[in-house]
Write a protein that binds this ligand. Structure first.
Ligand SMILES: [Cu+2]
Length: 313
């Protein structure tokens, strides 16, 4: 017990004792980048022009997917959808990365309690493919025993079958440099519930909100938003302190790759919030996430999700 206390004490003293500059040098020195392709997966052809007629894999679960490293700290993840030859696969040629979520089954999730069974939601992306870079000095730990699984749903706007890979470019650090980083825990806030985060929106303006009472003290260092077609903004507010923590306004059709062959724009970016920290929260603080949609026709199974990372303590 005395040893454990001493080790914990050392760790606590060590992190702030190393200057920010020192810690950054160590991080740069040991930084590696590795891209992993998951797939290939075949997307059925679309049978028409409407959402329901798009080709879709539906939600599929793949167990024990490859991790970029072990006993390391991930500092950045850049998601993409690509063809065999490495070209971008996007709605202009058919494929849409509807969503992909990496989780650890049986591991407790910060927000989704369910008796501690998780799944711990580690990383997720939609077709907006927001590239994540944590603020300097922070990392998400991957241990050797961690098992990652992936749920993905890929769609196809093209009238012929497509074969694609989900590509994730990981930046990570190992060894001494990794030990100098402050570990962060993934957090997932959504406007519905943890097991099925989907809801329907009617024509017109809709705002859906949900609240989470924090079970931890910590510093939130990164938050990003995920909405579907018709989504405009997603925000997280600390209603206990009145502070707006993060507001994400999505852009649709921002580049030609995000406009499908029928001229329909899809969400092309969702600028995230990052800071060291963005905000500090305390146990008992109530966070409210709010998703705003303006729909020109009814949409089923849309989402309103804000995910990010928090340094606990
Ligand atoms: Cu989604």
């Amino acid at each position: 017990m005395a040893l454990a206390v001493a080790v914990a004490g050392t760790a606590v003293v060590d992190i702030p004792a190393a200057s920010a500059g020192d810690s950054r040098e160590q991080q740069v020195g040991a930084t590696e980048t590795r891209t992993i392709r998951y797939g290939p997966w075949t997307l059925p052809a679309a049978t028409g022009h409407t959402h329901d007629e798009m080709g879709s894999t539906g939600n599929r679960l793949t167990l024990n997917i490859a991790k970029p490293c072990v006993q390391c700290m991930v500092t950045a993840i850049k998601p993409n959808l690509v063809y065999e030859d490495g070209r971008n696969a996007n709605v202009n040629t058919g494929p849409m990365l509807h969503h992909a979520v990496i989780g650890q089954l049986g591991e407790p999730d910060l927000v989704c309690r369910l008796g501690g069974l998780g799944p711990k939601r580690v990383f997720s992306t939609g077709n907006e493919r927001t590239p994540v870079t944590l603020p300097a000095g922070y990392g998400m730990r991957i241990d050797s025993g961690d098992r990652w699984s992936m749920v993905y749903d890929l769609m196809n706007h093209a009238h012929e079958e497509k074969s694609v890979y989900i590509s994730l470019e990981y930046t990570y650090v190992t060894g001494e440099a990794a030990r100098r980083l402050t570990p962060v825990t993934p957090m997932w806030l959504d406007v519905v519930s943890c097991l099925n985060p989907t809801f329907d929106v009617p024509v017109g303006s809709t705002t859906r909100t949900a609240r989470w009472t924090s079970t931890v003290n910590g510093r939130i260092v990164y938050l990003k938003g995920h909405l579907h077609h018709g989504g405009r903004t997603i925000t997280t507010t600390n209603v206990t302190t009145g502070q707006r923590i993060c507001a994400v306004t999505v852009v649709s059709g921002g580049s030609p790759e995000f406009i499908d062959p029928h001229g329909n724009p899809e969400i092309s970016s969702a600028p995230p919030c990052a800071g060291s920290p963005i905000t500090t929260i305390r146990r008992g603080d109530v966070l409210e996430v709010a998703a705003h949609y303006v729909a020109d026709h009814p949409h089923e199974n849309v989402m309103g999700i804000m995910t990010g990372w928090i340094a606990k303590g």
